[in-house]
Design a protein around this ligand. Structure first.
Ligand SMILES: [Zn+2]
Length: 256
């Protein structure tokens, strides 16, 4: 059976490992040491491939060392990316399959945080790197509000049951910001308590689900009139459609 779990990296990154009894896939190894340590303990596990979501060093920094140690490891990543050390360059709409796991992923191009950013998804799982976080989204380093908003729309269109594997543990800080916008959202308030407990016990707040994010993440709720009204009041200027609302929300979060 295929399972997903997190290896911690740096301060707050997660390297997601997809694994069955004999093989694994590694998503965004920003550093090699946590992966090497893990594989040294799990000697029955052969790493098959690395899946890269975007070119930032905290997502690709471990690739070179890992491919030196495991020469059969294949690297999948976005086409037209500053990160070029890939064996397979992926574009929007493509499907990849791994026989070892009987597992497929569709590729979705989701620029905004960076222009090369892609997501890997299937009916169960979404690996979305730094584009969508729980109760937040990535910083807009390379895209525009229009591009980023469009990418988030694409993710919002996936099934409610999808488990969302974000690349950072930013949930508590994101909740603090979201509560300044969506002050009376009871689901958000309840989730804040749950995450507080998890973090006190040093447990990950991830994965999340798209269903939950659709209820509490202001960055994918910019089409909702009450969110637009709350953002308008915080922003000091009326925003009345998703792109404008996203732009104001992102700017407010940047200075939060
Ligand atoms: Zn990034």
């Amino acid at each position: 059976m295929n399972q997903v779990f997190a290896l911690k990296a740096f301060e707050d990154n997660y390297i997601w490992v997809i694994q069955n009894q004999s093989h694994c896939l590694i998503v965004d190894p920003g550093e090699s040491a946590p992966v090497i340590d893990y594989l040294n303990q799990q000697t029955q596990i052969t790493p098959v491939a690395i899946l890269i979501t975007h070119h930032h060093s905290d997502h690709v920094g471990g690739v070179q060392k890992l491919t030196q140690i495991y020469p059969n490891l294949k690297v999948y990543g976005p086409k037209d990316s500053p990160f070029t050390k890939t064996d397979y360059s992926l574009v929007d709409g493509q499907k990849i399959h791994f026989n070892e796991f009987n597992l497929s992923f569709d590729i979705c191009h989701i620029p905004g945080h960076t222009l090369d950013h892609i997501a890997y998804y299937n009916d169960d799982w979404l690996f979305c790197g730094d584009t969508l976080f729980s109760v937040g989204c990535g910083r807009m380093f390379e895209g525009t509000a229009s591009i980023f908003q469009h990418s988030l729309e694409k993710l919002r269109a996936l099934s409610d049951d999808t488990l969302v594997f974000c690349a950072h543990e930013y949930t508590q800080a994101n909740i603090r910001f979201a509560l300044t916008i969506d002050t009376d959202n009871q689901t958000l308030l309840n989730h804040a308590n749950k995450v507080k407990q998890l973090r006190q016990n040093n447990q990950a707040s991830l994965p999340t689900t798209l269903k939950l994010e659709k209820a509490i993440n202001p960055f994918i709720r910019t089409h909702i009139a009450s969110i637009q009204a709350q953002v308008s009041s915080k922003w000091g200027q009326v925003v009345s459609e998703p792109i404008e609302t996203f732009a104001a929300l992102r700017a407010l979060k940047d200075r939060f």
